[in-house]
Design a protein around this ligand. Structure first.
Ligand code: ATP
Length: 303
């Protein structure tokens, strides 16, 4: 295991974790070319100079200036997009787990930049589309890692709300990390779900019925999404409910129908997907239970 990415960069006692997580632009170098893009701007590869040497990073760069005037609105940058980036940074700052992409910090210079550790092999769905030789045991290993990351989020009362294979990034073919906390929410002490005020741009094919019907999101609704993510992994990055509209998916689920097993998917894994797709929240297992089942299954097939 590559310990440089397994451990937090701030595990080094000599490395000061910046409280305000504001990084020094002078220590950051950006490479040409893009790792990805979205409506927020672009993601580029770079290096951040730390005490123990340069750390490979992925940098989410907001389009437009970054507060220097001009552009949209008074801040010079689309305020809603900036707010989302700051919220994402605020969630990531509080997380520390080997199976979750770590934030190094925020940098405000020629643009607002969110600096994260790099997961070089990119999104799981795209990787599997190009690498059909990956074996079922390897897929189980990866989804189990995602499940351990999700168990950590559940234990710390964070709801991800955008768990999908496109948001799982690979460090190696045997090491996955959860990313994209743009929709995530921290739940309050006496709260076990988050209620959205309005229906936004939602990844409805990954959402549990209660998200669509009542706008409520909990770790249990992340469990539903995790079932879809397992389906994507064992289908080698195919799109779930292909060719169907969101409303058609809902109607199918309300009738008690579920996606069929991907070809060659072990029965134990498909059974677990179906368990994640339990209609009633109170009957659906939590990540602690799903992780235990996956762990036992993975150990069984590894021996
Ligand atoms: P939006 O926030 O609008 O939904 P998005 O979800 O596509 O956009 P991200 O997933 O955060 O945005 O990033 C876009 C792409 O950049 C990813 O699909 C991935 O290819 C790349 N990327 C993001 N973070 C990293 C990282 N830490 N390491 C390597 N590549 C990354």
């Amino acid at each position: 295991m590559d310990t440089a990415v397994y451990e937090s960069p701030y595990a080094d006692p000599e490395e000061l974790r910046p409280d305000a997580v504001e990084l020094d632009r002078g220590l950051l170098t950006l490479e040409d070319g893009e790792l990805g893009a979205g409506n927020f701007g672009t993601v580029r590869k770079g290096f951040y100079r730390m005490k123990k040497g340069d750390k490979a990073v992925a940098v989410k760069i907001l389009k437009d200036g970054g507060g220097g005037g001009g552009g949209v609105g008074s801040g010079g940058v689309d305020e809603a997009v900036k707010e989302e980036l700051l919220r994402e940074a605020d969630v990531m700052r509080r997380l520390d787990n080997p199976y979750i992409v770590r934030m190094i910090g925020l940098c405000r210079a020629e643009a607002w930049m969110l600096v994260m550790e790099l997961a070089d092999l990119g999104p799981l769905n795209k990787y599997l589309q190009k690498n059909r030789h990956v074996q079922a045991r390897n897929l189980t290993e990866l989804v189990h890692q995602v499940c351990m990351g999700m168990r950590y989020l559940e234990e710390h009362s964070f709801v991800h709300r955008d768990l999908a294979a496109r948001n799982v990034l690979l460090v190696t073919q045997h090491y996955a990390k959860i990313s994209d906390f743009g929709l995530s929410k921290a739940l309050g002490a006496d709260q076990n779900y988050y209620r959205a005020q309005t229906h936004g741009k939602w990844p409805v094919k990954w959402y549990a019925p209660e998200c669509i019907n009542y706008y409520t999101f909990s770790s249990k609704s992340d469990v539903w999404s995790f079932g879809v993510l397992m389906w994507e992994a064992f289908s080698y990055g195919q799109k779930p409910y292909k060719g169907m509209k969101g409303s058609e998916v809902s109607a199918m689920l309300e009738k008690g129908e579920r996606m069929q097993s991907p070809e060659g998917c072990p029965a134990e894994v498909y059974d677990l997907m179906n368990l994640c797709w339990t209609y009633k929240v109170e009957e659906r297992p939590d990540f602690a239970a799903v992780e235990l089942r996956l762990r036992n299954y993975y150990y069984d097939i590894s021996n």
